[in-house]
Design a protein around this ligand. Structure first.
Ligand code: AMP
Ligand code: MG
Length: 469
């Protein structure tokens, strides 16, 4: 049962448009994240999810809506975007009174579809389902997916594919772009109303501050820095860090052409459509700052320039602290400091020069193993000597534990997702389930899933993903 609330909906139609989902042909449920439903105190058994996600049924308690936002896409201002294929179909209150928005993606056209079809394909839905589950299990702040359906509705992308709908869940899907749209229209009242909604609902402790909206901006700066530090540590590349894909809660949002790096290459670009590498791995921390600067600008009718720039300046401090913490853990150096970062960079340069697989390296390293491919590297040997010296007084068991809990055994590599997709397109969802289970405990060495820990098969590193989803 959903415990309906209407907190966001009560903001009124300045913030969204009511929409009606377009039914799918033959919607069928493919997978359901039972653990997540438990976490939400959502007894899902009474709900016909295939009919709800398939647009045949809707909740009488909650009329569906598509939210309004704008954004900077690849650095270029777009004055109106909005949910072109996402629909908020419920707000649920769990037992602790936390709000959870239930949002479908791919449910059909909305007033914000801008000529596109409002659909999502099975391929991209499987990717979003498995990757958001993996990120949640890896401990990265993220939106998640409760369930998804496939259908026989044809959808045209580069080729014909079938439509699918995921049910995404997060406390809120409000983005930086949700603020930018009102700022650009000089609608300060609406901007303030949105800020107050976010503060009351998600940052209520800030209401005691002198300037809650400034404090909110500060929290977003901090949370964004934390999220991106975690991405960097895991080798996760988002692919489309436009301001409309940046969550006001610092959650990883809008899984599209994302990818976990295989071989470490700081200039790795996961999105085929990102010709200039704006969102390359190494640029992600800077882009986080750039996006926060746009959010800060959007708040300038409420905050002073000085307040915004002082707060924004803290981003690099927070980011460096979180980054230092994450990589210290990866190295098992629990007293790792900023002054050690040069030592980390030496290692990263060696990994890049030798084309070393990111996840594989760190996982082996945390087991005290060293890759054959590095055995002949005198630089690596030299670095290891320094490492041994740096760690000689550390509690080995403590270090090992830390490393094991930060260097995953399994991540959803593109080729694995592609295998699950290829089978699913033939009606076999067993690989979706296998990966789902493997990614539920990504830090554990589970014999049943040891094949997922192997290096990616030769040639699969080039699997290309684009914005088309
Ligand atoms: P994204 O790059 O997926 O974050 O999407 C950017 C914007 O395009 C958002 O406003 C989306 O809702 C919209 N959009 C993307 N794909 C579609 C689609 N197939 N139909 C309608 N709108 C879409
Ligand atoms: Mg988006």
């Amino acid at each position: 049962m959903i415990n309906f609330t209407h907190r966001f909906a009560n903001l009124g139609e300045d913030f969204f448009s009511y929409v009606t989902p377009t039914p799918l042909q033959n919607p069928h449920l493919i997978h359901f994240n039972t653990q997540f439903a438990h976490k939400l105190n959502l007894d899902a058994s009474s709900i016909n999810w295939a009919a709800v996600l398939g647009g045949q049924k809707s909740f009488k308690e909650y009329p569906s809506l598509a939210t309004l936002y704008a954004g900077h896409q690849f650095g270029v201002w777009v004055h109106q975007l909005g949910d072109g294929r996402a629909m908020l179909i419920a707000e649920h209150l769990d037992k602790q009174d936390n709000i959870w928005e239930l949002q479908t993606k791919g449910g059909g056209k909305t007033p914000f579809s801008r000529g596109a079809d409002g659909r999502a394909v099975l391929r991209s839905s499987i990717r979003e389902y498995l990757c958001s589950h993996a990120m949640a299990s890896l401990g990265v702040p993220t939106t998640n997916v409760l369930t998804f359906v496939g259908s026989t509705t044809p959808v045209r992308r580069e080729e014909m594919e079938s439509a699918a709908v995921v049910l995404r869940v997060a406390p809120s899907f409000i983005r930086f772009g949700s603020f930018e749209v009102f700022a650009s229209r000089n609608e300060t009242d609406k901007l303030k109303k949105l800020c107050n909604y976010v503060i009351d609902s998600f940052y209520p402790y800030l209401n005691n501050d002198n300037k809650p909206i400034l404090s909110m901006y500060h929290e977003v700066v901090k949370n964004t820095a934390l999220m991106i530090a975690k991405w960097q540590a895991l080798g996760f590349c988002h692919g489309v860090m436009n301001t409309d894909n940046m969550s006001i809660l610092g959650l990883t949002i809008d899984y599209g052409p994302f990818g976990f790096m295989d071989a470490y290459n700081p200039n790795h670009i996961c999105n085929h459509s990102d010709y200039n590498g704006r969102y390359a791995y190494i640029n992600q921390p800077y882009i986080g700052w750039w996006n926060l600067a746009r959010l800060g600008e959007a708040l300038l009718d409420i905050l002073s320039e000085e307040e915004v720039s002082e707060t924004l300046a803290k981003y690099s401090e927070y980011f460096t602290d979180y980054y230092t913490y994450e990589f210290g853990n990866k190295l098992g150096i629990y007293d790792f400091k900023r002054s050690d970062l040069g030592f980390l960079d030496e290692l990263l340069n060696i990994l890049a020069a030798n084309n070393i697989d990111w996840t594989y390296f760190w996982h082996e390293f945390s087991s005290g193993l060293h890759l054959d491919s590095l055995a002949s590297s005198s630089e690596y040997k030299g670095w290891l000597e320094k490492y041994n010296l740096r760690t000689k007084d550390l509690d080995k068991a403590k270090s090992r534990k830390l490393m094991k809990s930060t260097n995953p055994a399994i991540i959803p590599r593109n080729y694995m997702l592609q295998n699950a997709i290829t089978k699913a397109q033939d009606g076999d969802f067993s690989e979706v389930d296998n990966l789902f289970r493997a990614l539920s405990n990504p830090y554990d060495d589970i014999p049943e899933f040891s094949h997922y820990q192997d290096l990616p098969p030769v040639g699969t590193e080039e699997i290309i993903v684009s914005c088309s989803s």
